[in-house]
Design a protein around this ligand. Structure first.
Ligand code: IMP
Length: 418
């Protein structure tokens, strides 16, 4: 049986969590394959708002088991808090969580190193979430990191302290002092919670289950335009956010992949620094930010806002091989009379719809203007005519089926087009 993937086609915050939550009951496993606590997936389950950072968005349904794959990072301290918050809400997440023995751990010194690196970059900083993502992946690829499987070994504490001492030395060279004992104490007690979960070779579990006919939903984090290879480097995150990352981040073959569901917002947002061709400054950007409540769910930072960028969307669709699209937050555009969508970039006589040709100097986005639809004019399987026209236009532009239209944060506000 197949693996389907849900991933973001912009710079993250597309509303993937809601789509994963909606699709989860159809799967035996919902699996995160990359990223870590830098993610913030917002889900309204039974009228209550939850923000997940590391736990897969299938956790609100009884059926699927939730997997953290080898490609993801785990911060044990943050995970313990996330589990406790769900327990307070009456759920029992620990019973349904499975962690890859090969998932790398974020140690308390990793966020400190992240902060230092950003400070040293000054104005050229990435705008990281400061959750320790870059240094933890750096340790992974530098073959120095600790993995969840190491928790089961007698020398774990010794190894964790040794790696933290290496980090302490790096920090000390930049005159940053950290209290290692205090950090180690909090870390080692949180680690007990993680140790109590099922930690195993997830790739083997998934191989066996797929052979038995079970289906897996792979849940992407961040977005395609933050991919370490294809995003605007260095203004990217530190891992593969594209569909290929699901194979390496879970240990499943590309031959297992069936649907690749690409989620995008009806406009664009970005947190952190880096190029953003359709960014709106001033009042127009603030209007979108207010209407869409565009503030980071992990850091609370105001998100940069701009119009939908079709060339960027087409690039993301091609990189992932998207088979079906989901558009979110169409209700936010109801607050405006008209809205714009970028169809190409232009510099004098030269115009292109090729995202890879866009440069910040001289290349201006060119827009088509659309009339918006009335707020609240959404019924199940029925889109307002102006929205329907827009959706059909998007399908023509992207040559991809646009299957789901999300018109609000609640579970019910999702129309599956016939
Ligand atoms: P890092 O992943 O924390 O190192 O941050 C690198 C860049 O990715 C920064 O611009 C962050 O704002 C951005 N980023 C990381 N995770 C997310 C996310 O889940 N949503 C949106 N942006 C993110």
């Amino acid at each position: 049986m197949p693996v389907d993937i849900v991933l973001g086609l912009q710079w993250g915050d597309e509303g993937k969590g809601k789509i994963v939550d909606f699709l989860s009951p159809n799967y035996a496993y919902v699996a995160r394959f990359q990223g870590g606590p830098n993610a913030g997936h917002t889900i309204y389950a039974n009228g209550v708002k939850h923000i997940l950072h590391q736990i897969p968005s299938g956790i609100f349904h009884e059926g699927p088991k939730c997997v953290v794959g080898n490609g993801a990072l785990l911060d044990p301290v943050a995970l313990a808090k996330e589990i406790a918050a769900l327990e307070d809400a009456g759920l029992a997440p620990a019973e349904r969580l499975i962690v890859s023995d090969k998932a790398h751990l974020i140690l308390p010194t990793h966020p400190q190193l992240d902060r230092l690196s950003e400070e040293m970059k000054g104005a050229a900083k990435i705008g990281s979430t400061l959750r320790g993502i870059r240094p933890a992946y750096q340790d992974k690829y530098g073959r120095a990191g600790l993995r969840a499987g190491d928790l089961l070994r007698a020398d774990f504490e010794e190894k964790a302290r040794a790696l933290m001492r290496v980090h302490q030395e790096l920090l000390r060279q930049a005159d940053v002092e950290v209290d290692l004992d205090e950090m180690a104490l909090a870390f080692l007690s949180a680690v007990d919670k993680l140790r109590s979960l099922a930690i195993l070779p997830v790739e083997k579990l998934l191989h066996d289950e797929l052979k038995q006919g079970k289906a897996v939903l792979a849940e992407g984090a961040q977005g395609t335009l933050l991919d370490v290879e294809f995003g605007a480097y260095p203004y990217v995150t530190s891992c593969a956010t594209i569909a290929g990352g699901a194979c390496t981040g879970l240990g499943v073959s590309p031959r297992r992949i069936r649907e690749i569901i690409g989620v995008f917002k009806a406009y664009c947002t970005r947190v952190g620094n880096g190029p953003f061709p359709t960014e709106l400054d001033g009042v127009a950007g603030q209007q979108l930010r207010d209407a869409g409540n565009e503030y980071g769910s992990t850091t609370g930072r105001p998100r940069r806002c701009g119009w939908l960028d079709v060339p960027a969307l087409k690039y993301a669709i091609d990189l992932n091989g998207v088979t079906r699209l989901a558009i979110t937050k169409v209700d936010i555009l109801s607050n405006l009379e008209t809205f714009d969508v970028c169809t190409r970039y232009q510099d004098g006589q030269f115009a292109t719809d090729d995202f890879t040709q866009w440069t910040p100097d001289g290349m201006a986005p060119k827009y088509e203007t659309f009339k918006t639809w009335y707020p609240g004019d959404f019924r199940r399987h029925h889109l307002p005519p102006e929205l329907n026209r827009f959706v059909v236009w998007l399908e023509e532009q992207t040559e991809t089926r646009l299957h789901w239209v999300s018109s609000g944060p609640e579970r019910e506000a999702l129309i599956a087009r016939k």
